[in-house]
Design a protein around this ligand. Structure first.
Ligand SMILES: Cc1cc2nc3c(=O)[nH]c(=O)nc-3n(C[C@H](O)[C@H](O)[C@H](O)COP(=O)(O)O)c2cc1C
Length: 190
């Protein structure tokens, strides 16, 4: 992997929830991540981003929402599967859920995709801010992110998007640095 001297940016990688733990980010760290998030590029200053900071008991509440959503998706879901959903958010000390609340009155000039992309770049800013502060973080979606019941729990309608649940915590030292492809493989110079 190419690493420019002093460039932490090129050291960022996603750290899965199983490799992060306590302590979670401080309030100051969380505010820093959110301040980075609202510096996302945003065509027309639509500000489609909505951030939900979920810690401690709130992680259990989110797990309950996930379990209820599964029960609605699959009436025959096993107790084991429901329990897995209940426990899913407990894998990291902090989740920031990043949503795109689509401004329907602006979609003629700022299409839905651009509003969602803006929320996606807010996610990336959160990942980078977390990395800068020494935390491991990863964007996760899965069935819950696209489930109308879960969306409603975040105050969204069907056109809005949960762009990701970002799981954040202190990384264990066990993670392995990933090999990265060469940018040239994906690049043409005009
Ligand atoms: C919108 C979005 C949703 C994602 N959802 C998942 C997911 O549900 N499960 C998963 O294993 N990886 C998911 N990923 C991929 C990881 O967040 C991560 O980017 C990937 O493991 C590659 O790691 P890297 O960021 O270090 O390159 C998602 C990525 C994005 C952009």
């Amino acid at each position: 992997m190419r690493k420019d001297k002093g460039s932490e940016l090129l050291n960022r990688q996603s750290i899965p929830p199983r490799l992060v733990g306590d302590p979670g980010p401080t309030d100051d760290d969380i505010n820093y991540m959110l301040d980075a998030a609202v510096r996302a590029p945003d065509h027309g200053a639509v500000r489609p981003w909505r951030f939900h900071v979920i810690q401690k008991q709130a992680l259990e509440r989110l797990g309950q929402v996930f379990a209820e959503a599964l029960q609605r998706r699959d009436k025959e879901a096993s107790n084991e599967a429901l329990e897995k959903e209940r426990k899913r958010p407990l894998r990291a000390p902090l989740i920031i859920t990043v949503c795109a609340k689509i401004d329907e009155e602006r979609t003629n000039k700022i299409p839905v995709v651009e509003q969602v992309v803006s929320a996606g770049t807010a996610c990336q800013n959160i990942l980078l801010a977390a990395h800068e502060r020494g935390y491991g973080a990863m964007m996760l979606t899965g069935a819950n992110a696209h489930d109308p019941y879960v969306k409603r729990a975040f105050g969204l309608n069907d056109r809005d998007e949960i762009v990701s649940f970002i799981y954040i915590g202190t990384p264990s030292s066990q993670y392995i640095e990933k090999e990265r492809p060469h940018a040239q493989e994906f690049t043409k110079y005009w």
